[in-house]
Design a protein around this ligand. Structure first.
Ligand code: 6GU
Length: 250
């Protein structure tokens, strides 16, 4: 997978060189390219923003530096004729991080993990001129995307979250692929509680059933714990789960 990150703070993405995502890059499973948006602004101050037309607070990002940066990425990413097939739609995916976007879910992350080329365009200030978003679908599958219902100062930290959620699902990136199957959200429920040694710690005991060696009973207990947790902490997920189960029974 190729990932392009365009921002006025490209150093923000240095964390992606650490840990499993850094390792995936060194192993060639993933190529992350960072771009300084200001390199595509050619006025004296390399400015990328201007006042909102029609008035109002804050600044708006100008469309032209973004278009030039995105065109640069398209040119750079032209695969050699013999290389891998393009994405299903034939276009790279352009993710625009914004609190006004579709909220990223595990399901969407799984879809995005199967694409060849992801481009992230995190804006600062009050956002990017709408005409950039109207122009971009000529070249990209455009997805305005949020990481939750709260507001960040800019999209960069959201990009780090999205890249981590997506790339860990690329085959070979995660150390132990079995953990993918069992983790929270993999089946629409929260994960069960986990324990390690010692069996008694500061007067607190590991649930006895986990020491029983009875794998069927342990699996049933864990499933029940998932239900209890999800009902309590995420009634929204629980409601969906109940509907899905009822569908399967009929
Ligand atoms: Cl993607 N961007 C910003 N600025 N705030 C957010 C967000 C993104 N997702 C949630 N809040």
């Amino acid at each position: 997978m190729r990932i392009d990150l365009i921002s006025i703070f490209p150093e923000f993405f240095d964390v992606l060189d650490l840990s499993l995502i850094g390792k995936a890059q060194r192993e060639g499973r993933l190529a992350v390219h960072r771009h300084q948006l200001r390199d595509f602004s050619f006025d004296k101050h390399r400015s990328v923003d201007d006042t909102p037309t029609g008035g109002g607070a804050g600044m708006v990002m100008k469309p032209e530096p973004w278009a030039l940066a995105l065109e640069h990425v398209l040119t750079q990413a032209q695969p050699p004729a013999h290389a891998q097939s393009p994405d299903a739609e034939g276009l790279p995916t352009l993710i625009i991080p914004t609190p006004a976007g579709e909220v990223l879910t595990q399901h969407t992350a799984q879809q995005l993990a199967r694409t060849e080329h992801l481009v992230f365009a995190p804006g600062r200030f009050e956002g990017i001129d709408q005409r950039l978003l109207d122009w971009a679908p000529q070249h990209f599958d455009v997805r305005p995307m949020s990481i939750g219902d709260y507001v960040l100062n800019g999209g960069e930290s959201a990009v780090v979250v999205m890249v981590e959620a997506i790339t860990r699902l690329i085959p070979g990136v995660l150390g132990n692929p079995e953990s993918l199957a069992e983790e929270s959200h993999a089946h629409g429920l929260l994960e069960y509680p986990v324990y390690t040694k010692p069996a008694r710690w500061r007067g607190l005991d590991v649930p006895e059933i986990l020491l029983s060696g009875d794998h069927a009973k342990i699996a049933a207990w864990r499933a029940q714990q998932q239900d209890v947790r999800t009902r309590k902490l995420r009634p929204d997920l629980w409601a969906k789960h109940v509907v899905a189960q009822e569908k399967n029974l009929t």
